[in-house]
Design a protein around this ligand. Structure first.
Ligand code: PAF
Length: 282
């Protein structure tokens, strides 16, 4: 596994792979790798003959400077984990100056898709995600790119970006990986205090139970039920819970509004912001 930090080295490595007609896969990450990332990389390795993993804490997608400052950075452990557990070919770990030699002034517009949920609570976040992911796509020119379904809205935004820019890249969604107690695996879990780590699995437990409420409650009543349950448990604090059409990400009023219904939640466990989701109908 080769570790490179410049775009020139990255391009040289991918050009060589393409010369050999290899299918090139990209797994973009912000590092602090865990078993969720490993599952993305291993899926990429099973579908592609040449896999690039990028590790870059992208400053333009953080709307909270404290979140950017405290985001875990563990490059050495990350590369060891990848070398020991995957067949990734290249790790691209650039500096901020390499990626943004000048400030990125591009403005992406995703319409209603980006105006709800994370887009509403983290202004500018998806513009930053689109800036970095579009750059990575231009650097690597992958045939396929792999993203986790935990960031459900991000996946929808990236699909839209690829469509808008007519990029010839297949976006592969990968299922959420969970700890044994149900907590969605996340780099932020390492920041949880013991007290909050103990109660955090209640988020997924409540979402799962809420599926049983579909026959007796409206989506709005289900939202209220979920928020009440979680807010009354171990100092957890729901930022938002939305039950949406899985394609448009717009709120639904009735379970019959669409065939694809997903619930997306953000919960504060102390200072740590956790996100998760559940599919009600697909
Ligand atoms: O999901 C993430 O880790 C990041 O948003 C991504 C896609 C790597 C872009 O920085």
């Amino acid at each position: 596994m080769k570790i490179v930090s410049t775009i020139a080295e990255l391009k040289a490595a991918t050009a060589e792979a393409r010369k050999q007609n290899k299918i090139v896969g990209l797994v973009p990450t912000m590092g602090a790798l865990h078993k969720g990332h490993l599952s993305l990389v291993n899926k990429a390795c099973s579908e592609c003959q040449f896999v690039v993993v990028s590790i870059f804490v992208n400053p333009t997608q953080f709307n909270n400077p404290e979140d950017l400052r405290t985001y875990p950075r563990t490059l050495e452990a990350d590369t060891r984990l990848l070398a020991d557990n995957t067949n990734a070919d290249v790790v691209f770990a650039p500096t901020v100056e390499e990626v943004y030699p000048e400030p990125d002034t591009r403005q992406f517009s995703f319409g209603p898709l980006a105006e709800v949920m994370e887009g509403k609570y983290r202004p500018g976040h998806f513009n930053g995600v689109a800036q970095i992911v579009s750059k990575l796509f231009m650097f690597v020119e992958p045939d396929k790119a792999f993203f986790g379904e935990k960031d459900f809205q991000q996946l929808a935004i990236i699909r839209q970006m690829v469509k808008d820019l007519a990029m010839n890249i297949e976006i592969i969604p990968c299922p959420i990986v969970r700890e044994d107690d149900g907590l969605a695996v996340s780099s932020r879990n390492t920041l949880l205090t013991d007290e909050f780590r103990a109660v955090a699995p209640f988020i997924q437990e409540t979402l799962r139970k809420s599926v049983e409420k579909m026959s007796t409650m409206t989506p709005q009543e289900t939202i209220e039920w979920v928020c009440r349950k979680i807010n009354n448990y171990g100092n957890l604090e729901v930022e938002y819970y939305s039950i949406v059409d899985g394609l448009t990400l717009q709120d639904i009023e009735s379970w019959d509004d669409t065939d694809y219904v997903v619930g997306c939640i953000t919960v504060y466990a102390g200072k740590v912001r956790l996100i998760d989701n559940i599919t009600y109908k697909y």
